[in-house]
Design a protein around this ligand. Structure first.
Ligand SMILES: [Zn+2]
Length: 295
């Protein structure tokens, strides 16, 4: 997933033209098949070399810089749109969005106000969705059926509400696509600091674990905990987990069983995002990611 293009003032959400071209050149050379995010939902479309590119927030630099590059490389893209900012400085306008739609960009929903959803009431979340859906319908004459959580932040109850409106929803934690995570699908964030060819290679080749799960299952932790359980029906041998929050990476104590890893962090996670990246590397790379929001 990308946000901004060629806007080097914002390195944590930007990708440079050279970096984007190097990513697309690599993926084309490696013969990856590009599909729209909505086509990920059909297993017959997936191979170990399928990839889907998404863009969040509809910055003007997507339209002016990113889109022409994606067209040059003939790669379909999905854009997740937060409607309140459309037409505001540095964001696309409705006529640019209509043009992008006509040029094959698939446009989906990213709320109205781009608020973090876990702290909103059910009524407020429904209003975010219904308002943005009706604005998109009015201006683009389409009805999005996919969703991306602002900041990748969700909770179990947010996911339940989103499931009433959409066919699937995306976070912004790293990990290989698996339909098992239909309402919290991982995406590899790519920005100036995380965009080396090694990262593209590992991300693009990553495969999911079968039926893996991390407990607690609710991605909103209130209160925080130090104890987690990774359940891996296929066996835990060779799996390594890297865990970090805003304060840095964690020291942890681990107890390993055949199909379970018990993890106890050396300190409580701080308020904000807590990320798990669990990988197993042999002939292939299997990659499971999860993001908690700590109250
Ligand atoms: Zn966003």
């Amino acid at each position: 997933m990308y946000h901004r293009f060629g806007e080097t003032k914002y390195p944590s959400t930007n990708i440079t033209v050279e970096q984007l071209e190097s990513h697309l050149t690599y993926l084309k050379d490696e013969k990856f098949k590009f599909i729209l995010a909505k086509d990920l939902l059909f297993p017959e479309n997936l191979t170990s070399k399928t990839i889907s590119i998404t863009i969040d927030d509809a910055y003007l630099s997507f339209y002016e810089v990113g889109l022409p590059i994606f067209e040059t490389y003939n790669t379909p893209v999905t854009l997740f749109l937060n409607t309140e900012n459309i037409g505001v400085n540095n964001y696309m306008t409705w006529s640019q969005l209509n043009d992008a739609l006509n040029r094959g960009v698939d446009i989906q929903n990213h709320t109205h106000s781009h608020s973090s959803l876990p702290k909103l009431s059910a009524e407020e979340i429904k209003e975010e969705i219904e308002k943005s859906q009706s604005i998109i319908k009015k201006n683009l004459n389409i009805t999005p059926h996919l969703f991306a959580y602002p900041f990748g932040e969700a909770s179990a109850s947010v996911q339940e509400i989103i499931a009433q409106y959409f066919d699937a929803a995306f976070g912004q934690h790293s990990g290989a696509f698996s339909i098992d995570q239909r309402y919290y699908i991982p995406r590899f964030p790519l920005n100036e600091n995380y965009s080396s060819i090694e990262r593209i290679r590992d991300a693009s080749k990553a495969l999911p674990f079968d039926n893996i799960s991390l407990l607690p299952q609710d991605s909103f932790l209130n209160p925080p905990t130090r104890k987690f359980v990774l359940e891996v029906p296929g066996g835990v041998k060779g799996i390594n987990c890297y865990i970090r929050d805003f304060k840095g990476s964690f020291e942890k104590e681990i107890k390993t069983f055949d199909k379970q890893i018990l993890i106890e962090l050396s300190r409580l996670p701080v308020s904000g995002r807590l990320r798990f990246n669990c990988t197993k590397v042999d002939n292939a790379i299997q990659w499971f990611g999860y993001q908690y929001l700590i109250n």
